[in-house]
Design a protein around this ligand. Sequence first.
Ligand SMILES: Cc1ncc(COP(=O)(O)O)c(C=O)c1O
Length: 430
Amino acid sequence: MADPKFDFATRAIHAGASPDPVTGARSTPIYQTTAYVFDDADHAASLFNLQTFGYIYSRLTNPTVAVLEERLASLEGGRAAVCAASGHAAQLLAFFSIMEPGDDFIASRHLYGGSVTQFTHAFRKFGWTCKFVDPSDPANFRDAIGHRTKAIFCEVLANPGGSIVDIEPIAEIARNASIPLIVDNTLATPFLCRPFDWGADVIVHSTTKFLSGHGNAMGGAIVESGRFDWFGAKGKFPSMTEPDPAYHGLRFAETFGDFGYSMKTRAVGLRDLGPTMAPLNAFLTITGIETLHLRMERHVRNAQAVAEFLERHPAVGWVSYAGLESSPYRQLALKYLPLGPGSVFTFGLRGGYAAGVALVERLELFSHLANIGDTRSLVIHPASTTHRQLTAEQQVAAGAGPDTIRLSIGLESADDLIRDLERALRDLPG
Ligand SMILES: Cc1ncc(COP(=O)(O)O)c(C=O)c1O
């Protein structure tokens, strides 16, 4: 049941799932199996030829993971989805389906530090280059497009800076260049932002964060809008439009039409690279998504209260939360995230690096760790942890300078969180 006529809350609970046909189990079972028995030799052959949909081997498809895939496609308003072992695996697969050695893509500079590292170093080994641009002027994306450019990538609500990217004009630039806009919607989730409504072609997620929501399941997903015209791109995407020798000359965009990209990502990307989501993690993420709408409302409300408290505090130099009137991203937040700009944001301590290290050690209710999107409130000093691989210039460009603290506000009482911060901020060094 993925009918888009149902409201978000209904789809968050029901899309993709129905009672188990054999046992009647109401909750989606964890299909902890590696492989699936074929009906007969013809059935096996047609599955391997991609002529019949069904289950062969859990590196490619699994019934528990399939429920999550259908649910995510429904919540994002997309055509199809493919899950992966982590958000980083999803990013790798998203590009693997469309890039050739020697190709490049353009990414917003305002990205999760791990993505900057993945795009700069690991992707180079595939022969892919990432050109980073300042997203504050959409024209920067257009100016960076070259004849081997195959995609534009951005985070709509960026980690860690809480900045918001104006994706509608960027989608138009991508469309005019016949390349897909890939949006990482991890921090917003489909409850707060729907990138397909603004012209994105592909959405990637780290489901590890708010979608699973409880800090207990790694995962990633790639969702396809079904609207990108691969043949209209006139030879730019041979892996989508040319005969695939590994599938008897099948052309994915032709054979599968508006879900050809997902099929390519599964049948070639997952098959050959292998970063499969575990069924247990799919189960935990399905369960998490059933309360996504309730959790995100509370995350946003708590984040607003904490950001307002920090903005008034004398030890705090600045707060980057798009829910504040002072934020330069306020108007973009109202456009793209009308229900609230998430619950991950940064602020700066007047005491700089030393104050940052002291604060994370003093906080008691906030856990000092490298994650976001948990029921629990989390804190990190990016310059000494997640962003330490970046140069000083890249740190500042990514919104993670030496004075910066990142918070992921959880679902506790906002008053208790503020009391914990108030105590830890007293007489900081620096
Ligand atoms: C915005 C964003 N995208 C992608 C990732 C990578 O996800 P994962 O850790 O699940 O590989 C993260 C991780 O923090 C993230 O914050």
